[in-house]
Write a protein that binds this ligand. Structure first.
Ligand SMILES: Cc1cc2nc3c(=O)[nH]c(=O)nc-3n(C[C@H](O)[C@H](O)[C@H](O)COP(=O)(O)OP(=O)(O)OC[C@H]3O[C@@H](n4cnc5c(N)ncnc54)[C@H](O)[C@@H]3O)c2cc1C
Length: 305
């Protein structure tokens, strides 16, 4: 199968989802071509196992993100076939624009693929899974962390092409919120707190466990709204969608809007004093207890690992 992958890059180079997209393509029997917008991280892309070729797409338009110009420039470098992009805000926009330009379907947020082409993805905020079958080429976005990454022993050939396009939207300034903490949507482990944590003074106890295990700290909307925490850590329908290997929910009831953001985590551990809390419906491991009792025990157990 002929697959082209639009690499996802950030200030650190290649985003891990790029390697995960290669694994998804490999599951379909493809050795994909990876396009690196702006020519960023071509060597890293070439070192991913299973990559057939890497093309750095260079051009003035890649100096800041503009979905319109990026997709036009990238489109010129795609010969045909199916295209994968990451299910991130930028990837989704590029995917939609490419699909319109190529007049082929777009399927967003895939969490599974099998030959055919059959695609699985969560719908209705994760309340149901949908399986769709596409005949012919399509554009597909892949949810970060839904696939294990490919290995890193590859040595694909790297070439460069020059394609640019008129920029219509220029990012004048982007100010990253100063935080030493991991981003919830990037982290492998997330420990998230809810209203059951009592009040903001107890938040440091969650952070201290997070520091111990290298986790990001997430939050329910209730505490973001009520305790003035940054919206960037909110998990859920109106926050971020996370798919870490381990999600620890502390004092979170498990409202459907929260589950929408975390139910596809690989392992879910819930600590809640109410045995009937809905969060236990999606948890792999549940601790029915006050967090005041459970967190110190968890911390102690982790420190002896
Ligand atoms: C349109 C819309 C969008 C929304 N988007 C989001 C979203 O993106 N993310 C989100 O999270 N919510 C979202 N919500 C809000 C959502 O419906 C819930 O109100 C919210 O998730 C509840 O947060 P919570 O679980 O922290 O609080 P609560 O529902 O109040 O639950 C607190 C939990 O803590 C437990 N608890 C209490 N004390 C302790 C203790 N000492 N030890 C252990 N457990 C304890 C309780 O048993 C309870 O289960 C949205 C709502 C709407 C209408």
């Amino acid at each position: 199968m002929d697959i082209t992958i639009i690499a996802e890059t950030n200030d650190d180079g290649l985003h891990p989802v790029t390697s995960q997209m290669v694994a998804a393509a490999a599951a379909l029997g493809s050795s994909p071509t990876v396009l690196c917008p702006g020519g960023i991280a071509t060597d890293s892309a070439a070192s991913i196992d299973g990559v057939g070729a890497v093309i750095g797409v260079e051009g003035d338009c890649f100096s800041s993100f503009d979905g319109g110009s990026w997709s036009t420039a990238l489109n010129s470098a795609i010969s045909g076939g199916t295209v994968f992009a990451a299910a991130t805000p930028n990837g989704r926009e590029i995917a939609a624009r490419l699909a319109a330009a190529r007049d082929i379907p777009v399927i967003q947020d895939a969490t599974g693929v099998s030959s055919g082409l059959t695609i699985s993805r969560p719908i209705y905020s994760g309340k149901a899974m949908e399986k769709v079958n596409v005949s012919g080429d399509c554009i597909l976005t892949i949810r970060p962390n839904a696939f294990s990454p490919s290995g890193s022993g590859g040595s694909a050939s790297v070439s460069t092409v020059n394609h640019s396009s008129d920029v219509h939207v220029t990012v004048m300034e982007a100010i990253a919120k100063a935080s030493e903490r991991l981003d919830v949507s990037e982290a492998n482990i997330v420990i998230a707190g809810g209203r059951g944590m009592g009040n903001i003074d107890n938040w440091s106890q969650l952070e201290s466990v997070a520091d111990q295990i290298g986790a990001a700290v997430g939050a329910s909307r209730a505490v973001v709204d009520e305790w003035g925490l940054s919206h960037s850590i909110q998990v859920g329908q109106t926050g971020k969608v996370v798919t870490p290997t381990l999600y620890i929910a502390v004092g979170i009831s498990g409202a459907i809007q929260h589950l929408a953001g975390m139910r596809s985590s690989k392992y879910i551990v819930a600590i809640n004093k109410d045995a009937d809390a809905p969060i236990f419906g999606v948890a792999d491991y549940g601790v029915v207890a006050n967090w005041e009792d459970a967190l110190p025990v968890l911390k102690e157990a982790l420190s002896s690992l």
